[in-house]
Write a protein that binds this ligand. Structure first.
Ligand code: AMP
Length: 217
């Protein structure tokens, strides 16, 4: 199975959801830069204070604040045999930095899974998304609501919330930022022979099966 993975795709394509599925199934650490920033912001750490303005307004946190964080996380022992990087890299300089950092660590990337969906679907998903602030599990008010309103099916806490950066205005900005800064990575990794594709317009369960098929899980 391919186990050193980057999950690439626009906001709302399901990277976090599918990373959780594969992580639970295969025991791979799920490294989400967005989750790391949200945690740092919640705990009002120095990094959280520096990142907050960018995250809240749907802009990318500067590469200098993200890169050391990811390299540090990938150097840990639990990532030695595999990992799912969700939300990193998001710019070409970040991709180069990742290649170089992995080379120094003597580790490699097996594949980049690109989750595809149309802007219309992404806007619908983002603006109806409910995220558990306790365990990170993702629901959708319309297509995948929790069994009991306000309660997370996964951890049982009453901690479901609408992410502030999922408001229509900020979601639209995040899609624009994705198109400008991150979409070029699709060609970058295709050229490197690492790109695998999953159609995430489809039903969640079907897309999860496709994911397992393409990574050989
Ligand atoms: P996500 O949960 O992946 O949608 O990330 C939420 C927010 O965290 C993004 O809109 C950015 O502000 C910030 N962020 C996450 N990953 C990165 C990254 N690799 N580079 C810059 N900013 C990031």
């Amino acid at each position: 199975m391919k186990s050193c993975l980057v999950f690439l795709g626009p906001p709302g394509a399901g990277k976090g959801t599918f990373a959780e599925v594969l992580s639970a199934d295969k025991g791979l650490p799920h490294v989400s830069t967005g989750d790391i920033f949200r945690e740092e912001i919640k705990n009002a750490t120095e990094l959280g204070k520096q990142a907050k303005g960018y995250v809240d307004s749907g802009l990318l946190v500067p590469d200098s604040l993200v890169s050391d964080l990811v390299v540090g996380r990938l150097s840990r022992a639990d990532c030695a045999d595999g990992y799912i990087l969700d939300g990193f890299p998001r710019t070409l300089p970040q991709a180069d930095l990742l290649t170089e950092a992995l080379r120094k660590l003597g580790r490699k990337l097996d594949a980049v899974v690109y989750f595809k969906a149309s802007d219309a679907t992404l806007m619908l998903r983002l603006t109806a998304r409910l995220t558990c602030s306790h365990c990170g599990f993702v629901f959708n008010r319309v297509t995948a609501p929790p069994k009991t309103e306000g309660v997370c099916d996964n951890c049982g806490q009453r901690t479901l919330c609408h992410r502030p950066d999922d408001s229509p205005e900020t979601a639209r900005r995040r899609l624009e930022v994705y198109a400008r800064e991150t979409a070029p990575l699709v060609g970058y990794y295709r050229e490197a022979g690492l790109l695998l594709e999953v159609n995430s317009e489809q039903d969640r369960a079907v897309a999860a099966m496709d994911l397992k098929k393409v990574v050989g899980a």
